[in-house]
Design a protein around this ligand. Structure first.
Ligand SMILES: Nc1ncnc2c1ncn2[C@@H]1O[C@H](COP(=O)(O)OP(=O)(O)OP(=O)(O)O)[C@@H](O)[C@H]1O
Length: 230
């Protein structure tokens, strides 16, 4: 899967929130987008998912321009989004949340549910518990499992570690590292250690513009800290 964005601009009214943002993600790699609060990270993801139309610029999947596609069509094409806040159905059980996603994508009955749940054993243990009764970390695991049953080629995560206890952060990190190679991952993250342990490449956003990019092996912690420390 080849994924690129080119020259994305986005405005809220007269305020420009994204400025000529462009980067690519290599197949099977994890790209981390870093940046302070308000840098434009969530706006960028919403443009990539088709939840917001960019003012200009292009989103390309396998060389095809998908900028005008609906979120549903992008999801069908293999882009899965785990938003900040997770947006799970709190009235539904874990099982219902996961199975509904698989049914909606036509993947139910193909082993995807078992596969996703095997990555997060706590979900099987709490299968009949309603989404609203879970801890933040359990909800995050559920949200990732729900994205995985769609068999994504690109998994997009918006700050998956935010407000989550350390042992669950570690479990999520292990899963993401295991998923690399099978899919590309776009990780928006403010927790630097987690991003460093997970990503193959970095993009740093500041005030809506890319101010630094680089491969993980040449990007120093000091350099990254400089961009995201408050
Ligand atoms: N719906 C909106 N209308 C107007 N301005 C907005 C809207 N959403 C976001 N903004 C502004 O756009 C800028 C970028 O916001 P965005 O949420 O994309 O940043 P972020 O990097 O994801 O920040 P955070 O880490 O706090 O979520 C901020 O200045 C924010 O106040």
């Amino acid at each position: 899967m080849q994924f690129r964005i080119e020259e994305l601009d986005q405005h809220y009214g007269s305020a420009q929130v994204l400025r000529h943002v462009g980067f690519g993600i290599a197949p099977g790699e994890c790209l981390a987008v870093l940046g302070r609060n308000g840098a434009g990270k969530t706006t960028l993801l919403r443009c990539i998912m088709g939840l917001l139309a960019p003012t200009s610029g292009r989103v390309l999947l396998d060389g095809q321009d998908i900028t005008g596609w609906s979120p549903h069509r992008r999801s069908r094409a293999g882009i899965a989004y785990v938003p900040q806040g997770r947006e799970i159905f709190s009235e539904l059980t874990i099982g219902e949340n996961i199975e509904a996603a698989a049914r909606a994508h036509g993947t139910y009955g193909t082993g995807v549910v078992e596969e996703a749940v095997s990555l997060f054993p706590v979900l099987r243990e709490m299968w009949k518990r309603s989404g609203g009764a879970l801890s933040g970390g359990q909800q995050q695991q559920l949200a990732i499992a729900r994205a995985l049953v769609t068999r994504p080629r690109l998994l997009i995560l918006d700050e998956p570690t935010e407000g989550i206890q350390p042992n669950i952060v570690a479990a999520i990190g292990e899963v993401l590292r295991a998923l690399k190679g099978r899919m590309s991952i776009l990780l928006v993250e403010q927790y630097l250690d987690f991003a460093i342990a997970t990503a193959d490449a970095f993009v740093v956003l500041s005030r809506g513009a890319v101010v630094e990019t680089g491969r993980a092996e040449v990007m120093s912690r000091e350099n990254l800290t400089r961009f995201i420390a408050v």
